[in-house]
Design a binder for this molecule. Structure first.
Ligand SMILES: Cc1cc2nc3c(=O)[nH]c(=O)nc-3n(C[C@H](O)[C@H](O)[C@H](O)COP(=O)(O)O)c2cc1C
Length: 388
């Protein structure tokens, strides 16, 4: 079974993750992972932290001479700012007495701060925000890059784009995926609709000027998948459920849709379901993909299409009311450095978590300790499907 655990505070020494269950013989290169790490740092509307971080992964173990060994793989991303934080975040020496002035007792609305402080019986909000923050999504992107590499061996392709920012919707439904991919600019808002992008940028600029933030929606597409990943035979094996849970677990994601999603509730059944056809060449096929490639918790062979809605970044330059946990006095929470919008970055994290869920179900279905074995199993299943 493919699984991973991650660790690493925002201003600690490093972020780490252990990926367990990947077959032996997959080529894994740091430079491939670094490409996705760079993509997570792009996009119009990011704050200054992105200028400090130039994330690079180090493969600590599980890979020898560029190939996975079948052992757990440990990935690490060093935090570039560590030298400025080594006392503040020391795991050894206790600097509490000399650092009383940096203790945070002011929780920010929309963050884990207050609930985490109470739940973990803390004295410093930093002990919560360090790991609750979206900084650790970098290591998830690294894990996702390995999963993408695994899936690419079977021709599976995963990509994403932004469909909405601050209520401005992109007009992209009639575009082919090639057109969409040609149109998007990852240095800007990564949206296929160029005229909407201009309005979106204006919306972010205005929000930033007013000390505010905006959210948005991104879509992730996975292509060339086999029929039958995931299963309805137990609730926690459903691929739709696992994709939704993984996307929802990204910081600031507040809604997930599969295929037509919430639109289905407004339509008639005849407008929602994808009719089934058969031809000698194509075998079973559909002319529409309103289900987003998932029926009965399984991939049905069509493109998987999922969307996630990101709330506006909760840390605002315009202060929000809050209460100091120690003094119980009200104060206005504000910030010096934060993103005004991070939807394009969130979409890269979305690709990563989708890649992990697909790789997990792929390995579950096709088994195998080595890439050769899993490829044999996959080919034999493909032949079986071809001959139905
Ligand atoms: C890519 C990305 C970047 C983010 N950047 C910031 C940021 O700069 N400032 C901030 O306050 N929140 C930021 N967030 C959102 C917070 O991490 C998130 O809202 C917070 O941890 C509370 O979690 P919740 O919104 O899931 O409840 C970011 C989220 C993502 C996915």
């Amino acid at each position: 079974m493919l699984r991973y655990l991650m660790a690493g505070e925002s201003h600690g020494k490093a972020l780490t993750a252990i990926l367990d269950g990947l077959p032996a013989g997959l080529e894994i290169l740091e430079e491939d992972i670094n490409k996705d790490l760079a993509r997570r740092q792009k996009g119009y509307g990011r704050g200054d932290r992105m200028k400090i971080e130039t994330d690079k992964v180090e493969i600590l173990n599980g890979v020898r001479w560029k190939k996975s060994l079948g052992d757990p793989i440990t990935l690490m991303i060093r935090n570039k700012d560590w030298e400025n934080w080594s006392m503040k975040m020391s795991s050894g020496e206790d600097y509490f007495e000399s650092m009383k002035d940096i203790i945070i007792t002011k929780p920010r609305p929309g963050h884990a701060d207050l609930t985490g402080y109470i739940k973990y019986n803390q004295y410093d909000v930093r002990n919560i925000l360090e790991f609750a923050s979206a900084r650790n999504s970098a290591i998830r992107v690294a894990i996702g890059a390995v999963c993408k590499k695994f899936l690419s061996e079977f021709g599976v392709e995963i990509f994403s784009y932004v469909t909405e920012i601050g209520g401005i919707e992109a007009d992209y439904k009639n575009m082919s995926y090639d057109e969409i991919l040609n149109n998007i600019d990852e240095d800007m808002l990564k949206t296929p609709d160029k005229s909407a992008e201009k309005i979106m940028i204006e919306k972010i600029r205005k929000a930033k000027k007013d000390g505010d933030t905006v959210g948005g929606v991104f879509e992730v597409v996975a292509r060339n998948l086999p029929i039958g990943l995931g299963t309805y035979t137990q609730w926690d094996k459903r691929l739709d459920g696992n994709l939704a849970a993984s996307l929802m677990s990204i910081q600031a994601i507040k809604g997930v849709e599969i295929g037509m999603g919430f639109e289905t509730a407004k339509k008639l059944g005849s407008e929602v379901h994808d009719e089934i056809f058969y031809s000698e060449d194509e075998k079973f096929y559909r002319k529409t993909n309103r289900a987003g490639g998932l029926e009965g918790g399984m991939s049905n062979g069509e493109d998987i299409v999922v969307r996630a809605a990101m709330k506006p970044i909760p840390t605002l330059y315009t202060p929000l009311n809050s209460v100091d946990i120690e003094t119980k006095e009200p104060f206005e929470a504000s910030v010096e450095r934060s993103d005004a919008s991070a939807v394009p970055a969130a979409s890269v994290i979305g690709e990563a978590v989708v890649a992990y869920e697909l790789a997990k179900s792929f390995i579950e279905k096709f088994g195998g300790d080595s890439m050769e074995e899993i490829k044999r199993n996959y080919e034999s299943y493909k032949n079986y499907v071809k001959n139905i």
